[in-house]
Design a protein around this ligand. Structure first.
Ligand code: CP3
Length: 341
């Protein structure tokens, strides 16, 4: 089988024969095979075993026939080698042992020690050998990571994070600098070992006003994307529920802007310009609708913007109870419906 580079071409806004797609959280609990692996190993244990981790990464590519793989990992994995201890709690998400409260806590965060995540190097190297589609490496963006580190876990209103930002701006900026530097090293490491595109997930940034984004986040996101340019791979920048920040996110950087399911793709294209590639944006819950409804919604998205420079995806992660056959049908439909004569 030949290497399928359709996804990379679309990221570069080049002509492709059809719209490529992958799915955020494409390796996960909706797959019976993944659930089986999880009976034996925790999420972190899977990451620590390169052979198993590679298998879990490959599974959705083979099962769904998507055009890209995403490294099976979590945004928290690179924090451990910076001295941040965490746990991933079932149906909750990341929980931190000692949440950050003071400047001293921030000063204690170390530079990322790549030797401690040698399993990532091994997994990516296996995937480089085995995959016939591009591998997407990823990290959490500084704000999203900081929010877990300060809140101690998932949050509804980000009260502690914003209070920290407003009351200890020096400590905040130091934290963002450290995370931005650490994530650059981490992403560079993934590319050096075989990742051929990168996605930065700023999942919770939509909880900020545009003014706060500009003042407290954007300089650091910009610094990260500026440095990433030298790696010469497509960069995807995704924020959830961040319609009000789209232009600012684009300004911070990225060849591809990820669009969440709440935002109109056509309007995003108008606002961001014809030269930026877009990724998105089917509502993950649409997969629970009868096929005819799902088909209509998918066709609507595909027909709403030019085919060139569009990477089809969900507008956030796939949900645990999604039916695999329905996802397979979706992928097939996206490929055939978008095919240029
Ligand atoms: O297939 C893939 O997309 C790659 C794997 C991946 C995971 N997490 C594995 C995982 C990716 C890309 C992530 C990123 C991630 N992790 C983000 C950014 C993307 C987003 O969804 O906005 C965030 C915010 C996290 C933090 C996190 N980890 C959350 C919110 C959860 C869900 C909690 C739950 O159980 O519902 C996790 C756990 C997690 N990470 C799972 C998976 C497959 C859940 C399944 C499990 O525990 O096995």
């Amino acid at each position: 089988m030949q290497f399928n580079d359709t996804f990379l071409k679309a990221c570069r806004n080049e002509h492709t024969d059809y719209t490529p797609m992958w799915i955020m959280r494409q390796a996960g609990r909706y797959q019976p095979e993944y659930r089986k692996v999880r009976e034996k190993y925790s999420l972190v244990e899977i990451c620590h075993h390169p052979e198993i981790c590679a298998e879990v990464t490959i599974l959705p590519v083979e099962q769904l026939k998507v055009d890209a793989a995403i490294l099976f990992s979590d945004i928290m994995i690179p924090l451990d080698p910076m001295g941040i201890r965490f746990e991933i709690k079932e149906s909750v998400g990341p929980v931190i042992d000692n949440p950050i409260k003071t400047l001293q806590d921030v000063e204690r965060i170390s530079e990322i020690d790549l030797d401690k995540i040698d399993f990532v190097r091994k997994t990516v190297q296996i995937l480089k050998q085995e995959l016939k589609v591009p591998l997407i490496g990823f990290c959490g963006a500084p704000f999203t990571l900081a929010s877990y580190m300060i809140e101690g876990g998932p949050s509804k209103n980000f009260m502690k994070t914003k209070t920290f930002m407003y009351t200890q701006p020096d400590a905040w900026h130091l934290l963002m600098q450290k995370l931005s530097a650490g994530m650059f090293t981490y992403l560079q490491f993934q590319v050096a070992n075989g990742a051929s595109a990168l996605q930065v997930f700023d999942s919770w940034v939509g909880n900020l006003t545009a003014d706060d984004y500009r003042q407290y986040i954007q300089p650091h996101a910009k610094a990260l994307f500026e440095k990433l340019k030298v790696l010469n791979v497509p960069l995807i920048h995704f924020g959830f529920s961040a319609s009000h920040l789209l232009e600012l996110i684009q300004e911070a950087g990225g060849d591809v802007i990820g669009i969440d399911w709440k935002t109109s793709l056509a309007q995003a294209k108008q606002r961001l310009g014809q030269n930026v590639a877009l990724q998105g944006n089917l509502d993950p819950v649409s997969l629970f609708a009868p096929w005819e409804v799902l088909e209509k919604k998918t066709a609507y998205i595909l027909d709403s913007i030019p085919q060139r420079g569009h990477i089809f995806n969900l507008g956030h992660g796939i949900l645990p109870h999604t039916n695999v056959a329905q996802v397979q049908r979706l992928v097939e439909f996206v490929h055939t419906h978008s095919r240029q004569p």
